[in-house]
Write a protein that binds this ligand. Structure first.
Ligand code: ZN
Length: 625
């Protein structure tokens, strides 16, 4: 390990805003270097997670002073150290993945007037990384002149080095941020509750191996992990089935181990901007202070279900130590403030896929497609009418030249377009039967409506139930009808759908995909045949399209043209068949399903006149052969 410590004093003029007089203090520069075993790509997620790094290196937690401000001002932050209050305003972080990041802060309170840091990760010839960390600090007063060499030159130099070496070790031993154990604090009586709830979970039939992992996580996980638990992320890390882990988290919430909440993600920076414990208090209109935009939340992309330990078990405060660092927005691979007219040229390493270069406060962006045979260099800038509409092909390690032609400074960002698929999105969780059963009171505020994206909507009805009541009498017939609801509910739940409501003998159910709806209806029909031996049969119709979630009769419900249309299809069913809308029939997955099971099904077109629809409509009847 090299541990160079060089200082280059330089004179900087500083105007104190309070006293309106110019004082001169020497800017102090530190440069430290380390040789690490891991590659820059592997180190980046830890080293550029400045929130974690600052916490690990002994920076106190921050208080953000203007988080809810809708102004374009930079973030203002307060913290205290050695009993002194510090306040700073921070420019946007600048970075190029996985090689460099830095930030500048102007202090308005405390012993410094300015602080700038820059980290460079250079690949070493024999493998590994040469990491250079530089700090430029300008004292604001004599306390700063005395304090900076102590706090930065001695203490931070040591703790920063310890953090980098720890991250290097973590990468080398295959650990991730999810495997870091902090110094967790269990609540008074927390351990006893944990044991009781653990037994309740095991008795309710949850997978013992997953229960053990969850308990371990609650007992030991780092606060940064425990304060925002994401079931799919943990499932991937545990190499477990995602649905099973989500199922466990929902049960554990019901059992009192966890609390859940709905995080509203900004569509641009994808960070949580607002959080609510219940759907009934969710306000879909949200502002993002980092992106300077107002947006409306929707369930298919921007509302994520996350969990944290119940406070009666574990204390896991969601503290912030650094804001706006590169790992807050890991899909952004490059970010830099360009002054009016400024041009910058930089090399970058990209993964194949779609990217977008955009500028803050400017709509749209330049789309780019990265692939091995793309061009090696490109000049990019917005025109007078905005960004061009083309999508040039770009090589994996290109050199980009970006110009800001505007007469104001703008932050330019290059971002990967693929969304993290580790979010449990509201649209998918609210249609789980299990979610509806466990949290039947979770519903939107009356009058509120929110887009859920496209769903498969199913309506069913019983054929011959009137005859059944006549034949076997009211009480036995009612028992049979109830039994049919149970069979149907089970078939729906097995395909990740849920029953939204029942109207007499009729049922409305929703699914994420047409195929899940189709599979559920087939297995329900087969179960009914086996149980009722022809006494009752199930008429059913399926449509797929966009819908809106609302609250009706204190329960989550769906409405829109898709639902109206779907509700009219079951009338054309004869029982033991399924009526598909043209959209469902033409769905590629449904076509594949029908082809693969060609010997089991017959499909025939049905031309129908639907109530409330002017033109005749083409439907498809799928019959079990
Ligand atoms: Zn944002």
């Amino acid at each position: 390990m090299i541990n160079l410590d060089t200082t280059f004093p330089k004179r900087t003029a500083y105007t104190s805003p309070e006293r309106e007089k110019t004082v001169l203090y020497q800017e102090i520069h530190y440069q430290w270097e380390w040789d690490l075993q891991s590659t820059p790509e592997d180190l980046w997620p830890l080293v550029a997670d400045t929130n974690r790094f600052d916490r690990d290196s002994g920076t106190p937690a921050l208080q953000i002073l203007n988080k809810d401000s809708s102004s374009n001002a930079n973030l203002k932050v307060r913290f205290s150290k050695y009993g002194f209050p510090f306040e700073y305003e921070q420019d946007a972080f600048e970075w190029t993945y996985p090689r460099r990041f830095g930030v500048t802060r102007k202090y308005t309170k405390g012993v410094m007037s300015a602080l700038r840091i820059q980290a460079d990760l250079e690949p070493r010839a024999g493998g590994g990384t040469h990491l250079t960390y530089q700090v430029w600090a300008t004292p604001a007063n004599i306390l700063g002149v005395l304090g900076i060499p102590f706090q930065i030159g001695l203490i931070f130099r040591r703790t920063f080095g310890a953090s980098f070496l720890k991250y290097d070790r973590m990468v080398n031993t295959g650990q991730t941020t999810l495997s870091t154990f902090g110094k967790p604090r269990l609540a008074p009586g927390g351990r006893a509750r944990l044991l009781t709830y653990q037994n309740n979970l095991l008795n309710s039939g949850s997978d013992p191996a997953l229960v053990t992992r969850l308990i371990e996580t609650l007992e030991q996980a780092d606060d940064l992990v425990a304060s925002r638990l994401r079931p799919y992320e943990l499932a991937d890390y545990w190499q477990a089935d995602r649905k099973a882990v989500l199922d466990l988290f929902l049960r554990a919430t019901r059992a009192g181990l966890l609390n859940f909440r709905w995080d509203i993600l900004c569509p641009l920076c994808r960070t949580p901007k607002s959080t609510t414990a219940e759907l009934s208090t969710l306000k879909p209109e949200v502002h993002c202070e980092s992106c300077h935009i107002d947006f409306t939340a929707n369930f298919e992309r921007s509302v994520e279900l996350t969990f944290r330990p119940n406070e009666a078990i574990r204390v896991a405060p969601a503290l912030e130590f650094c804001i706006g660092g590169p790992q807050n927005t890991p899909h952004v691979v490059y970010q830099k403030l360009l002054n009016a007219g400024e041009t910058t040229t930089f090399p970058i390493t990209l993964e194949p896929g779609r990217y977008r270069l955009r500028a803050m406060d400017l709509s749209g962006g330049q789309f780019l497609y990265v692939e091995p045979h793309g061009v090696a260099a490109l000049d990019l800038q917005p025109g007078p009418d905005g960004w061009p509409n083309d999508e040039p092909r770009l090589a994996l390690s290109p050199t980009l030249t970006v110009t800001n032609p505007l007469d104001h400074p703008h932050l330019y960002l290059l971002e990967r377009m693929a969304w993290s698929d580790q979010s449990v999105l509201a649209a998918e969780v609210i249609i789980l039967q299990q979610f509806r059963d466990l949290f039947s009171r979770e519903a939107l505020r009356p009058g509120e409506q929110i887009s859920v994206g496209s769903l498969a909507v199913v309506f069913t009805d019983l054929r011959d139930s009137t005859r059944l009541y006549r034949q076997i009498g009211d009480a036995p017939a009612f028992g049979r009808v109830m039994e049919h609801f149970d069979l149907l509910k089970q078939a729906v739940a097995e395909q990740n759908g849920s029953i939204v409501k029942t109207i007499g003998d009729a049922v409305m159910a929703v699914f994420r995909t047409p195929t899940e709806a189709m599979r559920a209806m087939l297995s329900a029909q087969i179960a009914l045949d086996n149980t009722f031996k022809g006494l009752l049969s199930l008429k059913t119709g399926i449509h797929f399209g966009p819908a809106i979630a609302v609250t009706l009769n204190e329960r989550l419900d769906y409405f829109g043209t898709t639902v109206n249309f779907a509700s009219r299809l079951e009338k054309f069913s004869e029982g033991k068949d399924i009526i598909l809308s043209e959209t469902v029939y033409n769905d590629p997955e449904i076509q594949e399903f029908l082809k693969a099971n060609g010997d089991l099904f017959m499909s025939e077109p049905v031309t129908a006149q639907l109530k409330g629809f002017d033109e005749k409509i083409q439907l498809w009847r799928v019959r079990r052969g």
